[in-house]
Design a protein around this ligand. Structure first.
Ligand code: PLP
Length: 398
């Protein structure tokens, strides 16, 4: 694997994209098989994927509900739990907008809180301080694939009678104290978006206690009574009931065709991510200008993202310029994320200022997500390391 070199720096010739999908011939053949079949939307392949994904994460009841996104899963979870106007839901400020947007969608108020400085996951003490008589749920995010503090959060939830909904968008596969995310009784929503560790282009899955999942399944498909997709099948019936005005959030068999093969490859994808991370950690750990991510002793991260933080006191350039310097060296990067309290909708609606959540603000101002995906070759990884260290060397404070 890559090492720190002493050779003069030479940028790579072609641009290294940040996070392309890893799609093989198996996925392509399965999609073609589905297209040639008489069933292209939610059907037998979605069913298989639901069961196989549930088995992989050890989901209670041995099943999951496949949906067209993690956002849909989070939305459906809130509806299934009866959360609505007048309720509050605690979410971390450092997350993708969907975590809080869905709370707005049901007419409840997202209550933003700060994060832990090492894992960048929601701070349980901040959650405890934010609980009010109106609080109904907490949505921790397994940020970048590192598990949130599930024991502490469960204890707070139990104490105050709150629901826990895991935003597991980054967490396939993530382990917390030896237990896989997705195996708990509370609802957890996974993402299979194009950049995720397992992709169906767009897609998501919900896991949780069977009775919650059944409610979620109905809410996610128009509010139709059970097994609605079977109504077009020989064993099905044209009769169905609408038990509530649900949403159109189902996954198609075309997406499941991708998912079935991505799932088979997921353990191997994860091993490759761990190898790449080990190389990055070895290269950056002794560099005072860089703060590599941490993995707590009881955690196994999915390593969805590798988030490097700069130490500005050692550098003459700030994060945005660092990204431009990497781009000039043909390395694609990203930033995950602008904290929600700095997004105009949330800042205006709730009157936030950037310093309201200082840990999120500090992390955001110093973070860069480096390329991390199974398609990276050892020489790609070396190119990233060399480019990062070259930018540091060129812009080190005297
Ligand atoms: C933390 C987090 N939550 C939710 C989502 C939404 O996922 P999806 O695009 O599958 O709706 C994402 C997507 O990037 C995410 O990163």
């Amino acid at each position: 694997m890559p090492t720190t070199t002493t050779q003069p720096y030479r940028p790579r010739d072609s641009f290294l994209p940040f996070s392309p999908p890893t799609i093989g011939e198996e996925e392509i053949a399965e999609v073609v098989d589905t297209l040639r079949s008489s069933w292209i939307t939610t059907g037998p392949k979605t069913k298989v994927f639901e069961e196989q994904f549930a088995a992989y994460v050890g989901a209670p009841g041995g099943t999951s509900v496949m949906l067209n996104s993690c956002t849909a899963g989070l939305h459906v979870a809130l509806v299934a739990l009866g959360i609505g106007p007048g309720d509050e839901v605690i979410v971390p400020s450092l997350t993708f907008a969907a975590t809080a947007n869905v709370v707005e969608h049901v007419g409840a108020q997202p209550v933003l809180v700060d994060i832990l400085p090492d894992t960048l996951c929601i701070d349980p003490e901040a959650v405890r301080r934010a609980v009010s008589p109106r609080t109904k749920a907490v949505i921790p995010v397994h940020y970048a694939g590192h598990p949130a503090e599930l024991d502490e959060l469960s204890a707070i939830a139990q104490e105050h009678g709150l629901a826990l909904i895991e935003d597991a968008a980054h967490a396939a596969p993530t382990w917390y104290k030896g237990v896989m995310v997705g195996s708990r009784q509370n609802l957890a929503s996974f993402s299979f978006y194009a950049t995720k560790n397992l992709t169906t282009a767009e897609g998501g899955a919900l896991t949780g206690a069977p009775e919650l999942l059944e409610a979620a399944r109905v809410i996610g498909l128009h509010g139709m009574s059970k097994d609605a997709w079977k109504r077009f099948d020989k064993v099905g019936s044209w009769r169905y009931d609408i038990v509530m005005p649900g949403f159109k959030y189902n996954m198609t068999d075309l997406q499941a065709s991708l998912g079935i093969h991505q799932l088979r490859k997921l353990a191997g994808f994860h091993r490759r991510r761990q190898e790449v991370v080990a190389a990055y950690q070895a290269a950056f750990s002794n560099e005072p200008a860089l703060e590599p991510p941490t993995e707590r002793s009881y955690a196994v991260s999915s390593w969805h993202l590798y988030i490097l933080r700069l130490r500005p006191q050692h550098l003459t350039l700030a994060r945005d310029q660092f990204i431009e310097e990497l781009k000039a060296r043909n390395i694609g990067t990203s930033v995950h994320y602008t904290p929600l309290h700095m997004m105009s909708f949330y800042a205006h609606k709730y009157g936030f200022t950037p310093s309201d959540f200082p840990v999120a603000l500090d992390a955001f101002s110093r973070m860069i997500s480096l390329p991390l995906h199974p398609r990276l070759s050892n020489s790609d990884v070396q190119d990233v390391i060399d480019a990062v260290l070259d930018v540091v060397r060129t812009h080190r404070k005297a």
